[in-house]
Write a protein that binds this ligand. Structure first.
Ligand SMILES: [Mg+2]
Length: 310
């Protein structure tokens, strides 16, 4: 089984209760604590040495990444992060300075976003460092944005550039908390996700949630400089466009809004966030499937995003 088949098997009959507004299957769980006008957001995520970072990666950046991934999921719901619990599993040979640096990276980012680190757990794990973070957030009930809700005719947007994250960006990205919050305050955003497994894979989650399709314009996909450089260094590897469509760990937002709002949204964004470009990369269609339009016409997009143990 691949990662998504396993998740769907495991999440089919999970216990639930009256707090659960949205359980497994979105970027965060959404809970109703009874506080009028607010939902709680709840998220957990882990990074593992050898999978999400290498042994020689700067531990300050590793700590940053571990928390930034969770923050990116809170951003994907247009939420506000509040408090984190941190579990670290360390090999018996660990060095105190290394762990302090992990915490330094996490704490710096947490302070930037007003997040409290309120506890956790330290344990051992043979050979590899593992960091697991649980993050609590909240959001106004009428501003919470799910993966579902995309409508045929919607424009499809992505900030920043895609692909090639592994060369550097995956350890340095800034979660789009304030951008997502601004979007939800100012425009009716229909559906949103953060890009962790690649545009092609994550867009399919939006499409599956509402049974719609999408058409991407190849020429509009914002390909990162890193993806172009990697293609140059490895001419037989992925083309820059395929890298932008399939590489994991971009941690950009992907969202849809009515096409009538597109111009105002792009203009407003430009004024608000002049250093992060926002691109309309295509549209949501009533016809199912994910298609790409290039100079040869429109065809089914057959590439997929990253998946663990496929
Ligand atoms: Mg996500």
């Amino acid at each position: 089984v691949n990662e998504f088949e396993l998740i769907s098997k495991l999440t089919k009959s999970l216990p639930t209760n009256s707090w659960v507004v949205a359980g497994a299957g979105d970027d965060c769980a959404v809970l109703d604590s009874g506080q009028p006008g607010r939902y709680l957001l709840f998220k957990t995520d882990a990074v593992v040495q050898g999978i999400h970072f290498t042994e020689d990666a700067d531990p300050v950046r590793v700590g940053h990444k571990a928390l930034a991934r969770c923050l990116s999921d809170i951003a994907a719901m247009a939420g506000r992060p509040i408090a984190a619990l941190v579990t670290i599993a360390l090999p018996k040979t660990f060095q105190t300075a290394y762990v302090e640096k992990l915490y330094e990276g996490m704490s710096n980012l947490a302070r930037q976003h007003g997040v409290a680190i309120v506890g956790g757990e330290t344990t051992t794990n043979p050979e590899r460092v593992l960091i697991s973070i649980s993050l609590l957030g909240d959001v106004a009930t009428d501003r919470c944005i799910l993966r579902s809700g995309a409508k045929a005719g919607d424009a499809l947007f992505v900030p920043g550039d895609l692909g090639g994250s592994i060369s550097e960006r995956h350890l340095h990205f800034e979660p789009r908390i304030k951008e997502a919050y601004w979007l939800a305050q100012n425009f009716p955003i229909h559906a949103m996700i953060d890009l962790s497994d690649g545009l092609a894979g994550d867009l399919r989650h939006i499409l599956d949630a509402t049974e719609v399709g999408a058409e991407i314009r190849a020429a509009s996909v914002p390909v990162s400089r890193a993806a172009k450089l990697q293609a140059k260094l490895k001419p037989n590897g992925k083309t820059p466009l395929v890298a932008a469509l399939t590489d994991g760990e971009d941690f950009e937002l992907l969202f849809t809004a009515a096409s009538k709002d597109a111009v105002a949204l792009l203009d407003g964004w430009k004024k608000q966030f002049p250093h992060v470009h926002l691109t309309c990369i295509g549209k949501i269609t009533a016809a199912h499937g994910l298609k790409i339009r290039d100079e040869h016409g429109v065809r089914e997009l057959n590439v997929h995003g990253y998946t663990h143990f496929a």
